[in-house]
Design a protein around this ligand. Structure first.
Ligand code: HEM
Length: 406
């Protein structure tokens, strides 16, 4: 394969499972490559540097004064979509980012997320037992996706009747480049609807607070003042978008990995509790639900011998770093006992490292252990459907049947 011909902005590149061979070629022959990019006739031409090696991604990720999250972590040009993200602390740097992040970090700390464990267990149990009862399900839409959707909605304060709609909006917003999910043109409207929903919920909770995150945000002071309803709407929009599809993607691919690696499924079943934490890390490494993040160079600089100009976009392909053969032995293999496993599924270790990682690490072992216990001997019951997105490594459908008691 000729590395110079690999075009990461071509929608055809993102059809079906990720092209790991192409990323391996880039790591070997062209670890930093330029990609021109035009999102559509209404947008100008832009482009970005693609980093595919683990060490280069860590270097950029951990130098937040040189590689900034402002104005946006979105791969494309300044656009209407970016405007929707104004106020996301993901797209901020420095003290303002730190302050807003700290507000959420307190609640999503390893100890903080334990508060939500019983609820997560109840949701996962109901979904897995319903799947067992049916014997054949779409594991993506019947189990793996509804699970984090229910957990996040309860956490934020969105009522059960709105879960399906929340999931529809976040899935379409996050993987908006995928043609089957509406394409980039409609992304801004999904983000706006999420924002409006969060703002309306904040207004309601201001009047009658409950035991949920939106109500909690009304009690917090930042810079000597409380958040407005609109500011809470923005935080709602970020958390709901970041927390649903990502965890649901791991849950769906988990079932695919189980079917492709019955030996690892059998091994895990020998010690479901003891092996769970490591196995989940390995799933996050192999799957990498968030395939990349963008930074912007604050000054002229150099990465891996390549000159980078101030203002250039630099895109860290975590999906490639997680299979870097200089860091991981047999990187394409699913080894639930891989150790060490310094993966970058939650980011490259900088100040923007995933804030929901502890919640995901609490949720996913619960689903995995129930699946191992109740959904024995899974096998494909139809063709899987992958999301054709360059950002979200999701699956829209994974039909599976279980051979109970066989
Ligand atoms: C950021 C992955 C679940 C909230 C990120 C980043 C990645 C990521 C790669 C960017 C890191 C960087 O730029 O250095 C994942 C994966 C998840 C997951 C793989 C599930 C398996 C969640 C959940 C939540 C969440 C459940 C919240 C409920 C966030 C937030 C940020 C973030 C708020 C921005 C942090 C900041 O800018 O300071 N996540 N995420 N994530 N994630 Fe997650």
């Amino acid at each position: 394969m000729d590395a110079t011909k690999i075009n990461l902005t071509d929608p055809a590149f993102w059809q079906g499972p990720v092209n790991f061979e192409a990323f391996a070629t880039l790591r070997r022959d062209l670890p930093i490559s330029w990609h021109d990019f035009c999102e559509g006739p209404e947008h100008g031409m832009t482009g970005f540097w693609a980093l595919t090696r683990y060490d280069d991604i860590v270097t950029v990720s951990q130098n937040s004064s040189l590689f900034r999250n402002q104005p946006s972590t979105y791969i494309g040009d300044q656009s209407e979509e970016e405007a929707q993200h104004e106020g996301w602390f993901l797209n901020m740097d420095g003290p303002r980012h730190f302050m807003l992040r700290s507000v959420v970090q307190k609640i999503l700390s390893p100890k903080g997320v334990e508060r939500y464990r019983a609820n997560a267990e109840a949701h996962a149990t109901a979904l897995v037992l319903a799947a067992k009862e049916k014997g054949e399900v779409d594991f993506a839409t019947d189990v793996a996706q509804p699970y984090p959707v229910a957990v996040i909605c309860d956490f934020l304060g969105a009522p059960p009747s709105d879960r399906k709609h929340m999931h529809y909006l976040t899935q379409h917003a996050l993987a908006g480049d995928a043609p089957e999910l509406g394409g980039p043109a409609s992304v801004a409207s999904y983000f706006k609807e999420l924002n409006d929903y969060g703002t309306a919920l904040a207004r309601e909770r201001r009047r009658s607070p409950k035991d949920d995150f939106v109500s909690y945000l009304h009690t917090v002071e930042v810079d000597g003042r409380r958040f407005t309803d609109e500011e809470i709407g923005v935080q709602f929009q970020l958390l709901v978008t970041a927390g649903m599809e990502t965890t649901g993607t791991v849950g769906t691919h988990m079932m695919r990995l189980f079917m492709e690696n019955p030996d690892q499924m059998a091994l895990w079943a020998t010690d479901p509790d003891g092996l769970a934490a490591g196995a989940v890390e390995e799933m996050v490494r192999l799957i990498t639900p968030v395939m990349h993040m963008r930074r912007t160079a604050a000054e002229d600089t150099e990465i891996a011998g390549q000159k980078i100009a101030a203002g250039d976009k630099v895109v860290m392909w975590f999906i490639s770093g997680n299979r870097d053969e200089t860091k991981f032995q047999h990187p394409d293999h699913f080894h639930i006992q891989r150790n060490p496993n310094p993966h970058m599924g939650f980011g490259g270790g900088g100040r923007h490292t995933c804030l929901g990682a502890h919640l995901a690490r609490m949720e996913l072992p619960i689903l995995a252990k129930l699946t191992l216990k109740h959904l024995s001997r899974p096998e494909p019951a139809g063709e899987p459907v992958y999301v054709a997105s360059r950002f979200a490594n999701g699956m829209l459908s994974l039909p599976v049947r279980f051979n109970q008691g066989v």
